[in-house]
Design a protein around this ligand. Structure first.
Ligand SMILES: Cc1cc2nc3c(=O)[nH]c(=O)nc-3n(C[C@H](O)[C@H](O)[C@H](O)COP(=O)(O)OP(=O)(O)OC[C@H]3O[C@@H](n4cnc5c(N)ncnc54)[C@H](O)[C@@H]3O)c2cc1C
Length: 494
């Protein structure tokens, strides 16, 4: 008889775990609260427009990339060409372009700071060399922090002599390395790095772990993708695979209780239906756990997980816009960051990420129209009363629209649909308490050996998603799903 596994939450983490396990022969039941798969990387429709809920920029599809490996294992390849121009980074007085080609990319940066060319060259050389070394560990993909002998052995086996070069960098921040390269005072350059890092690592260049920053600053060179329709395709493809491999997918099932019944786990949904299995992969945001499990179970969870459950993260305000592209001077590029003001703020609409569908991507919008998402980081405490909430929504919306119009003339005139995704909306549609999205900032306190393991601490209960090692983004969530699937199956799988 097939071994049963429950996967709770159809975000990228849960779907990855579920799809791998179903393909490997497990009997997978996937329970999802909403009517869509993908969570923060899902979608919703408004009339003829399709909007990505959150994630838009695809990564990990290059040969050997995390999603590519999963899709290859599922025999559902997604062959796409990487973008040569990944995004524009608009800053006061300077617009940088992230180019896929490393040499072209840094040459463009030298042009802005000719007097720092030597330091910048050395800095990028260190970034790229470090990222290359870290990437050689992504094949075996060891789980951190190692939780048992098998994971320690896996980690030690994946290490080679050359990885010794990473050791002195382990407890360094990017800020410290910038100082060594005498680039710490080069404000416009740092602001550009800050913008990239807040969106990928949830923190700035001063505080981010150097090793993770190196990967984040290098990863678009490996491949960044526009996925026709949107990243929800990842979710749909994995859901389809689960079904094809005999798994069961159940939408509109909000799990309200998770109990242990001898060696079995018992999950109960909002309608009172129960589901039993020896193994559970829990992909719901960790801040929900205390409302799902009784205090004695919570007490059995690993300490970093219990601490993480109490730790707020960023929330967001997202704008979902459809534009008539004929009213613009030119169609919008797929990806662009806009940073305003001269201050250091990377949040509250003073820095935001803007994604647009391609003209002709008819899965997203009718011919001549584009759907656009704009998202900014925000502090959850700024939204904690009705008055503050309403004011924040209005202020940030206007701030971002104003900033967009400085870069894209006639933008407001071109809008045919606009709605906002504020923290409570995120909570309602993706189950993220207080609208906490994106996972933890990848600072030295949260990253690598200090991150949260996919082993919950309770037998048969595994956790995955963007709060779990290695962290946020669809790649991070998928990697934690791979680790959960490896632990359930006892096999490497991918
Ligand atoms: C605005 C925004 C933009 C982003 N842009 C990018 C990007 O461009 N590229 C990128 O790689 N990443 C991006 N990210 C990050 C990325 O989307 C997330 O890190 C990743 O998708 C999270 O996956 P997850 O597995 O943690 O699951 P989640 O997305 O959190 O999904 C969890 C699922 O569990 C369900 N659920 C919750 N509670 C229950 C319950 N009690 N019972 C049953 N089901 C439940 C939810 O409905 C949801 O479907 C972005 C995030 C945001 C918010």
């Amino acid at each position: 008889m097939k071994q049963k596994v429950l996967v709770i939450g159809a975000g990228i983490g849960g779907l990855t775990a579920g799809a791998l396990l179903a393909k490997h022969g497990f009997e997978v039941t996937l329970l999802e609260a909403s009517s869509e798969f993908g969570g923060s990387a899902g979608k919703f429709k408004r009339k003829s427009f399709l909007f990505p809920a959150g994630a838009t920029l695809g990564m990990g599809l290059e040969p050997g990339g995390i999603h590519e490996r999963v899709f290859r294992y599922l025999e559902k390849p997604m062959p796409l060409k990487p973008l040569e121009t990944v995004m524009e980074m608009v800053h006061p007085g300077k617009t940088f372009v992230f180019l896929r080609d490393r040499d072209h990319h840094i040459s463009q940066i030298f042009r802005y700071f000719p007097e720092h060319e030597k330091s910048l060259r050395d800095f990028y050389q260190e970034i790229y060399k470090t990222a290359f070394l870290v990437r050689t560990l992504m094949g075996p993909l060891p789980a951190l922090p190692p939780a048992n002998i098998k994971e320690w052995t896996g980690l030690l086996r994946s290490l080679r002599l050359k990885h010794g070069r990473l050791l002195p960098l382990f407890n360094k921040t990017l800020g410290q390395r910038l100082k060594v390269h005498r680039l710490d005072g080069l404000a416009p350059f740092r602001k550009m790095l800050d913008g990239l890092l807040i969106d990928s690592m949830q923190t700035d260049s001063e505080h981010v772990s150097f090793l993770l920053a190196a990967v984040a600053l290098d990863i678009y060179h490996e491949g960044a993708y526009y996925v026709p329709g949107g990243l929800y395709q990842f979710a749909e493809l994995m859901a389809e695979s689960i079904q094809e491999n005999g798994g069961m997918l159940k939408k509109r099932r909000t799990i309200t209780k998770l109990e242990q019944n001898g060696s079995q786990w018992l999950a109960t949904d909002q309608r009172g239906n129960s589901y039993e299995a020896t193994d559970v992969v829990l992909n719901v945001p960790i801040q929900q756990f205390s409302s799902l499990m009784a205090p004695d179970l919570i007490a059995g969870l690993k300490k970093p997980l219990r601490t993480g459950m109490q730790t707020p993260t960023w929330t967001t305000l997202t704008l979902y816009i459809a534009v008539d592209a004929n009213k613009l001077l030119a169609p919008l590029p797929p990806f662009r960051q806009i940073s305003t003001g001269s201050g250091d703020s990377l949040t509250e609409g003073e820095h935001f990420f803007m994604s647009a569908s391609r003209i002709g991507d008819l899965l997203r919008a009718p011919e001549g129209y584009q759907t656009v998402t704009v998202s900014t980081h925000s502090k959850a405490q700024l939204w904690d009363t009705k008055e503050k909430y309403d004011a924040m929504r209005e202020i940030l919306t206007n701030r971002m629209l104003l900033a967009i119009e400085q870069v894209i003339p006639y933008f407001r005139d071109a809008i045919v649909h606009l709605e906002t995704g504020a923290p409570k909306g995120w909570e309602r549609y993706t189950g993220r308490p207080n609208g906490y999205v994106g996972g933890f900032p990848q600072t030295l306190d949260n990253a690598l050996f200090r991150s949260i393991s996919h082993h919950s601490g309770l037998p048969g209960l595994y956790v995955c998603g963007d709060h779990i090692f290695p962290g946020g983004g669809t790649i991070g969530a998928a990697a934690s799903g791979i680790h959960a699937a490896r632990s359930v199956s006892g096999n490497r799988l991918v």
